[in-house]
Design a protein around this ligand. Structure first.
Ligand SMILES: Nc1ncnc2c1ncn2[C@@H]1O[C@H](COP(=O)(O)OP(=O)(O)OP(=O)(O)O)[C@@H](O)[C@H]1O
Length: 366
């Protein structure tokens, strides 16, 4: 999908935004604090009704404003036009409208606007808690497997019920068995989705990474959250005493993880920050390729601070890969020269100058 027209009000230091971005490459430059990241935040907000900078919405709402509001006209992969509007106020109430109709499901919003963010915090995908890698994995599964949300909700519900039973002084065995059955059924389905996704992602990731950097021997593997040689039911039975002591379920898809290794070592223990960033870029770009291959859908890429951690050669390689993706990209940097790349003559490129919260188009190449 492509954003054709975008408006936003009440976003940090930004004056009301109204622009028609290029369907392909959009470059935004400006000084520190001018509002470049805030602009990317507005697009992210439109896709997910939240910020990527803070778990709370308040910091994103402009100091003297009551709400943040973003609207976009987008063209979907099938060529349909959609109007999407999202607003949140200081009480964090959310309003989502698609083609004028109120929508209650965040999943529906996210499905219309798949967004990938690459920013200086992206290394956390490798270094951070397993939850971040599960979110990465489930982003992919969610977009290619439409029944994922149904199974995900069953998984969350059964896990919550089981954990609540574990904390009772005396456990009702019948209830425990019933919730075990439901938890195992949902777990096996989610695990199957994740395995299928990783099997398809791996070759795309390897190919994408080789276009960015040479890291021989780097492997991506999936840990499902319980012993690969045992059924989950067996693992739950074996660990019931420990689960009761801890008051929660230790094994299951809520413990799944992705492992990136070179030989026996974790990549975050041996790669430089720049190398880590390139691995993360390859993972995220691979997800975009897979989404296009499987669903014919394009995601929007938000690349904040292109130059951070990357030398000119690797910046160029990243720009080439983003251009080959054939999707809409927004890239920020402090210096317009650092954003200049040998974009192909037939790639529409728009350049915007961000100054004290005002965004002005400063050049278009068709
Ligand atoms: N709620 C808010 N209301 C008004 N202004 C805010 C709010 N939150 C942050 N700001 C200000 O908005 C400005 C925009 O910051 P932003 O991170 O978008 O800049 P940037 O152009 O990405 O800078 P850098 O190049 O340093 O990353 C900052 O000066 C910040 O102090």
């Amino acid at each position: 999908m492509t954003i054709r027209h975008l408006t936003a009000t009440g976003v940090r230091n930004l004056a009301p935004v109204a622009l028609d971005p290029s369907p392909r490459i959009n470059l935004l430059y400006g000084c520190n604090g001018s509002g470049k990241t805030s602009f990317l935040e507005a697009i992210y907000f439109l896709a997910l009704a939240r910020s990527f900078r803070s778990a709370r919405i308040q910091p994103m709402i402009q100091q003297d404003q009551e709400q943040v509001l973003a609207f976009a006209r987008i063209t979907t992969a099938s060529g349909d036009e959609l109007g999407i509007g999202v607003s949140r106020n200081r009480q964090a109430d959310i309003q989502i409208r698609i083609n004028g109709e109120n929508i209650r499901s965040m999943a529906e919003l996210a499905r219309h606007l798949p967004v990938q963010l690459i920013n200086p915090e992206s290394f956390r995908l490798l270094e951070g808690a397993p939850k971040i890698r599960r979110q990465f994995l489930d982003w992919g599964v969610f977009h290619v497997e439409h029944s994922f949300m149904h199974w995900w909700q069953r998984l969350q519900h059964s896990l919550k019920q089981r954990n609540s039973l574990l904390r009772h002084a005396i456990i009702d065995d019948q209830s425990l068995q019933a919730w075990n059955l439901e938890f195992c059924a949902a777990s096996e389905q989610i695990d199957q989705f994740r395995q299928d996704y990783i099997r398809r992602l791996k070759p795309v990731f390897t190919r994408t990474l080789s276009g960015l950097i040479d890291l021989p021997g780097l492997s991506l593997s999936y840990y499902r959250g319980w012993d690969k040689d045992k059924s989950l039911q067996q693992v739950l039975d074996d660990s019931i005493q420990r689960d009761r002591q801890l008051g929660h379920t230790q094994a299951g898809p809520q413990r799944a993880d992705l492992r990136l290794r070179i030989g026996q070592q974790n990549v975050m223990d041996i790669l430089s920050r720049g190398q880590q960033k390139l691995v993360v870029c390859a993972l995220k770009i691979a997800q975009g390729h897979l989404l296009a291959e499987s669903m014919g859908q394009q995601c929007v890429y938000l690349v904040d601070d292109l130059t951070a951690e990357l030398d000119p050669t690797h910046r160029k390689a990243l720009c080439c890969l983003l251009e080959q993706l054939d999707c809409q990209v927004f890239i920020t940097g402090t210096d317009p020269d650092s954003l200049n790349h040998d974009w192909r003559k037939d790639t529409p490129v728009s350049m915007f100058h961000v100054e004290h919260g005002h965004i002005k188009e400063s050049g278009v190449t068709e």
